[in-house]
Design a protein around this ligand. Structure first.
Ligand code: XUL
Length: 546
């Protein structure tokens, strides 16, 4: 029997998926999630974010931090659940996915603590003494505009930085975050021995020693040279002193970091399974949505909404909106990220006291195009387009019109994604939809109509976690000297429908599309959105003062 375990440590939750690849046909045999706010209430997070005064930075606009100890304890709680649900004696390898850009700051006691955790105690309390910074800035943080400018200027401008690292400087990226920490607390920065990303921190915890970062996640720092997959010295120098010594090495996504440490073996009865390098949630989602070939895109509807696809060459977005990241296949991926995803949908739902089925019913009963009325759902600072002062904007739409606002938020999200992913140069025919809100049929129909493309709904909503489990399988095969192509890795578990167009077949093993999981665009509604996109773009430009 060959089992593979994947984790996804996202903004609000931690998920585990176990894949059984004993036979030629791999299938998901276990899936479970926990929400940070409710499963670990002692950390007092709200939607996975520490509220002031826990942040110690009360009143600083744009700051968003969480706790690395929370993530460590969540991993422990979930591991106990997995060990109860599955016979782990046959576990071959573990890999993981984590929210991108977040950073964890550890002092030099981490090396010995990671290797000698007391099996009777949870990891969080034991790791507290290893942190040189109690909190981790996460991807929702938008407080580093000044540092972004400083770094870009020092390396020769935004376009130089983008050409080299795949992105212009973005507030949430790790480099600007590190620079801000260095400027605000130079002593704590000096006491920092290792700066991990969330992904490499959790891989280190599993392996009992410092793990490398993979190019997928390292490219979300503004510090990695895309061409060499190594840290780029001019960016390091522009960011903070001695940074080269503090960052983990960058290693291919299929690197075996080590074996599961004694702590996990004794605490949860794990075998000495291989620990594979973790990656970011979007790179893992690329695998979990089956996008191992170019020309397809996926839309992930999670806390952040993202549009992404595989890219053969690193073609950087000239407009400065999107990113080029390393892909876990060894190539590249294009991505555009939108901060106002699920919390904006929830914001509208809650404002009108709706259930999700009310929300869907309103979407179904309102006309495509919302009679030309537009809502810009910038509840929080937005990444795409860059909006630093949040606030909902409405054009021709009354604030108390429930159905109009419901349609307004979904249409705005879809139109913004369609508009701001054009730089990828993909003629979109099929979209793989993933993330929590991809369970909502009415939302997916709007997606199909706005993009004028078919939408395939995958049965496993958490494609990042599925991608992590698939990466574990791929890396384990490579390490055992077997050749396993990416097509083979995803074949049984993720839908291949886009390569075999036609009506969806019966539901296959876990990842295949649900029987009803294919949405086709309606030509008359698609025509409405073709017209409306210009109006939407004009509203965006107006709201941005252009
Ligand atoms: C991607 C991004 C988010 C996070 C959170 O650049 O910031 O999608 O990875 O999931």
């Amino acid at each position: 029997m060959s089992l593979y375990l994947g984790f996804d440590c996202s903004t609000q939750s931690l998920t585990a998926i176990v894949l059984d690849a004993t036979d030629a046909r791999a299938r998901v045999v276990f899936e479970s999630s926990l929400q940070f706010d409710t499963a670990l209430p002692q950390y007092r997070t709200r939607h996975g974010v520490l509220p002031p005064p826990g942040t110690g930075v009360t009143g600083v606009p744009g700051v968003a931090v969480s706790s690395p100890l929370l993530w460590a304890d969540a991993l422990d709680t979930m591991m106990a659940r997995v060990a109860r649900g599955v016979d782990l004696r046959h576990l071959q390898a573990i890999a993981g996915s984590a929210q991108q850009h977040g950073s964890v700051y550890m002092n030099d006691s981490a090396v010995s603590t990671l290797g000698n955790l007391d099996v009777r105690r949870a990891p969080g309390e034991q790791l507290a003494g290893c942190l040189s910074r109690a909190v981790s800035p996460i991807w929702m943080d938008s407080s580093t505009t000044v540092e972004c400018d400083e770094i870009a200027r020092a390396v020769g401008g935004a376009s130089v930085l983008a050409a080299r690292t795949g992105s212009r400087a973005f507030e949430r990226f790790t480099g600007p975050q590190i620079r801000r920490f260095y400027k605000n607390d130079p002593r704590a920065f000096a006491a920092t021995d290792r700066i991990h990303l969330v992904s490499s921190f959790l891989a280190s915890l599993l392996a009992g020693r410092h793990a490398p970062v993979d190019p997928g996640d390292a490219s979300g720092t503004n510090l990695m040279d895309l061409e060499t997959n190594a840290w780029w010295p001019p960016a390091l120098e522009a960011t903070a002193p001695s940074l080269a010594r503090k960052l983990p090495p960058i290693a291919p996504s299929w690197t075996i970091v080590g074996e599961v440490s004694r702590y996990w073996r004794e605490r949860h009865g794990l075998p000495p399974a291989r620990v594979v390098a973790w990656s970011g949630d979007n790179p893992c989602s690329l695998i979990g949505t089956g996008l191992v070939r170019e020309g397809l895109i996926a839309v992930s509807l999670g806390t952040s909404d993202t549009v992404f696809g595989l890219m053969p060459e690193p073609r950087v977005d000239r407009g400065g909106t999107g990113h080029v990241f390393g892909a876990p296949t060894g190539g590249y991926m294009a991505l555009t990220c939108f901060a106002n995803g699920s919390l904006a949908r929830e914001g509208i739902r809650d404002a009108f006291g709706l259930t999700w089925s009310d929300f869907s019913a309103m979407l179904a009963s309102t006309p495509a195009g919302n009679r030309g009325r537009v809502l810009l759902p910038w509840f929080d600072p937005e990444i795409t387009p860059a909006v630093s002062v949040p606030g909902i904007r409405r054009y021709g739409l009354a604030a108390d019109d429930g159905p109009g606002n419901v349609r307004g938020v979904v249409e705005a999200q879809m139109m913004s994604m369609a508009l701001h992913s054009r730089w990828m140069g993909v003629e979109v025919k099929t979209i793989h939809a993933t993330g929590g809100a991809s369970a909502n049929r009415e939302i997916l129909q709007v997606m199909a109509d706005v993009f004028d493309a078919g939408v395939s709904q995958l049965a496993v909503e958490n494609s990042a976690c599925l991608g992590a489990a698939l990466r574990a399988r791929h890396a384990d095969a490579l390490a055992s000297g077997q050749r396993l192509s990416w097509d083979d890795v995803v074949r049984d578990v993720v839908s291949l429908a886009p390569w075999a167009p036609g009506p969806p077949g019966p539901p296959g093993p876990s990842g295949a599309p649900k029987a009803s999981g294919r949405f086709e665009p309606d030509p008359s509604r698609a025509a409405v959105y073709r017209e409306l996109l210009g109006l939407y773009a004009a509203c965006e430009a107006h709201a941005l003062g252009r």
